[in-house]
Design a protein around this ligand. Structure first.
Ligand code: ASP
Length: 323
């Protein structure tokens, strides 16, 4: 009798779950952005969310849960119900690097289910206009002459702008004074206002201010120039060969989210990434869309795992401290 009851309950639960997945989504979906509004991760979430709304028939709300290099927002998402109503957007910093720096209390790879990789974006070295350097070689000479005094804004310890800055320090053999913000949107505001000296920023964040003449760009941290800013040289061309960092971003859901819900979310991301209007907005700020074959949950899982293998030893060797 008892065994029968258990079987009936299990069957009913399975029915309820699959009916839930079939009707999904029945209410707005929240995407947790672990950085400040107006920054590059926030912009990605808003552009994608707007287009995903058309495919899913439900609003995608953006919630900015900021602090601690994005770990607070990621923690909020990982502990949410695995029902497809809470998504985690993040990148190489939040979903790979932070695992080697912070005592997270959860596993970035195993406690999330991947949905899709959405973009990649090279870093760009930018400074306030007052810095007396006109190109990357002059900038490096100026930083060396002021070793330990030059301030660099970041989105917090472990964020893309921080570990790219640490990599930059190591390559040129200097120390920067890192100034942590809750995202690179407020860091960029302070750069434009002349409160800090530089940011190793995502190109998508700072290019509009470079184009407006409010800050100066020195080099794209990639092997190729960004079509949206053809005048900005690559670091290889400008005198810092090999300083390559592409910050790729993705969307995850808490582990245990039903497979058909993940498939619906993936299809909505794929639709959005195929939309010419979305692609145009991405291209304008130097965001690359991964090839269609790379837009699967499996490809995101493989990429995340490969990046853990690649970056964790380097990050641990750099001995980056949270405090
Ligand atoms: N993604 C940025 C970084 O890691 C932060 C942000 O989106 O505001 O530097």
């Amino acid at each position: 009798m008892k065994r029968l009851t258990v079987a009936v309950v299990a069957m009913m639960l399975a029915l309820v779950t699959s009916a839930g997945a079939q009707n999904y989504p029945l209410k707005p979906i929240t995407i947790i952005v672990p950085f400040a509004a107006g920054g590059p991760t926030d912009a990605l979430a808003r552009v994608l969310g707007e287009r995903m709304r058309q495919s899913l028939g439900q609003t995608i709300l953006v919630e900015n849960v900021t602090g601690a290099g994005g770990t607070l927002g990621v923690a909020r998402a990982v502990h949410a119900a695995p029902d497809g109503y809470t998504l985690s957007i993040g990148h190489l910093g939040t979903h790979v690097v932070n695992g080697a720096i912070y005592p997270l209390g959860f596993d970035l790879v195993n406690d999330f289910d991947p949905v899709a990789e959405i973009s990649s974006n090279p870093m760009l070295i930018v400074s306030k206009n007052d810095v007396p350097a006109k190109n990357l070689k002059e900038l490096i000479a100026w930083i060396k002459a002021n070793d330990g005094k030059v301030s660099a804004g970041t989105a917090g310890v472990g964020s893309g702008s921080h570990f790219a800055g640490v990599y930059f320090e190591q390559l040129i053999g200097v120390k920067l004074q890192f100034v942590p913000y809750r995202g690179t949107a407020p860091a960029l505001q302070d750069l434009v206002a002349g409160q800090i000296d530089l940011i190793v920023d995502q190109a998508s964040n700072s290019l509009p201010q470079v184009q407006a003449g409010k800050i100066r760009a020195y080099g794209i941290a990639s092997t190729k120039r960004v079509p949206a800013a053809p005048a900005v040289p690559t670091v290889d061309e400008a005198g810092l060969p090999g300083f390559h960092i592409e910050l790729w971003s993705g969307i995850w859901v808490p582990k245990g989210t039903p497979k058909d819900i993940v498939a619906k979310l993936n299809a909505a991301v794929v639709d959005a990434l195929a939309d010419p209007a979305v692609r145009k907005r991405f291209a304008e700020v130097g965001l690359d869309v991964p090839p269609r074959a790379q837009q699967t949950p499996e490809a995101l899982a493989a990429h995340q795992q490969a990046e853990v293998k690649k970056w964790w030893p380097m990050i641990k060797a750099a001995n980056i401290k949270v405090q």
